[in-house]
Design a binder for this molecule. Structure first.
Ligand SMILES: NC(=O)C1=CN([C@@H]2O[C@H](COP(=O)(O)OP(=O)(O)OC[C@H]3O[C@@H](n4cnc5c(N)ncnc54)[C@H](O)[C@@H]3O)[C@@H](O)[C@H]2O)C=CC1
Ligand SMILES: O=C(O)[C@@H]1CCC=N1
Length: 269
């Protein structure tokens, strides 16, 4: 296995540390990020990992080399003024929708990287999409080094694709968790005890995903392998496939999320 790239040299400040910031930071610390180089700035002080300096305003005793912005898009204008004179080498924003010029215009930095992580980064099995208009190799290496311990990291060439990537991978775990519940509920409706149905649903999802990730064949081929001719899986697949029911449902699901990302982008322009 390739050695993981080293974390960028500190100090690293994280602004906002809720569901996503907290998941990323905990994973970075597990992966060897030096806690002494990290400062978290939040409104409430809640949710900051033990052993990390937690403040309500940016520190005055150091300058951030890397600034990770992890507040909600709607909170950007509340935090931007206190960050406007920091001028970090690298600003990494995980804000859905909010575009690079909107970030650079509010928080001057050597370079801006948009990152779109998802919740499984907490266990190092997430997806992080990255975009920057900067071609600087140092900037790209630093962002890649931050994303690598979180799971799969992919650079996106066109910022216009970022709302789509966000809908698929950023929001995706929410849809998968909902699917897991629906699969379990469907099992319960056939008579299985609720806790057993949930265990079976989650293990089935995990095993199928792992198998699809490592298989040489496409998921469609794997589905055909489950569906024996004249058997019961085919009957079930016929329900999902009729009039492209599942594909259509997911198309509308992702389109709704992408639309909301575009609205948040427009609000921040
Ligand atoms: N939750 C998720 O799965 C994902 C979230 N994101 C992005 O991550 C960002 C954060 O989302 P969540 O973590 O879910 O939200 P959250 O509400 O859990 O966390 C927000 C954090 O910002 C802090 N905050 C709010 N106002 C502040 C202020 N004025 N000054 C300092 N800190 C302040 C809060 O104290 C909290 O720590 C969003 O921009 C979202 O688009 C991106 C990908 C996935
Ligand atoms: O729901 C949201 O707006 C964020 C973006 C991706 C996942 N959560």
């Amino acid at each position: 296995m390739m050695p993981r790239p080293a974390f960028p040299v500190g100090p690293l400040w994280m602004i906002g540390c809720g569901n996503m910031g907290g998941a990323m930071l905990r994973r970075w610390l597990d992966a060897g990020l030096d806690p002494a180089t990290v400062t978290v700035v939040t409104r409430s002080g809640a949710g900051v990992p033990d052993g990390i300096r937690s403040l309500r305003a940016p520190p005055v005793d150091e300058r951030a080399a890397t600034l990770v912005l992890a507040v909600k898009p709607q909170q950007l204008d509340a935090v931007a003024p206190m960050l406007a004179s920091i001028r970090p080498r690298l600003l990494v924003s995980v804000l859905a929708g909010v575009e690079e010029p909107a970030l650079a215009g509010r928080i001057p930095a050597g370079a801006v990287v948009r990152a779109m992580p998802n919740l499984p980064v907490a266990i190092g099995r997430g997806v992080t999409a990255l975009f920057s208009s900067s071609a600087d190799a140092g900037v790209r290496d630093a962002a890649t080094a931050l994303a690598a311990p979180l799971g799969l990291a992919e650079w996106i060439a066109d910022e216009g694709m970022f709302d789509a990537v966000t809908a698929l991978a950023g929001c995706g775990p929410g849809f998968v968790f909902r699917f897991a519940d629906a699969l379990a509920a469907a099992g319960t409706s056939l008579g299985l005890p609720q806790d057993q149905a949930r265990r079976l649903a989650l293990a089935t999802l995990a095993g199928s995903a792992e198998m699809a990730l490592t298989a040489d064949e496409a998921p469609a081929t794997l589905a055909d392998r489950v569906a024996s001719l004249g058997g019961s899986t085919r009957e079930g697949l016929n329900v999902l496939d009729r009039d492209d029911a599942l594909v259509d449902l997911l198309r509308r699901t992702l389109a709704a999320s992408a639309r909301r990302n575009a609205e948040m982008a427009a609000a921040a322009r």
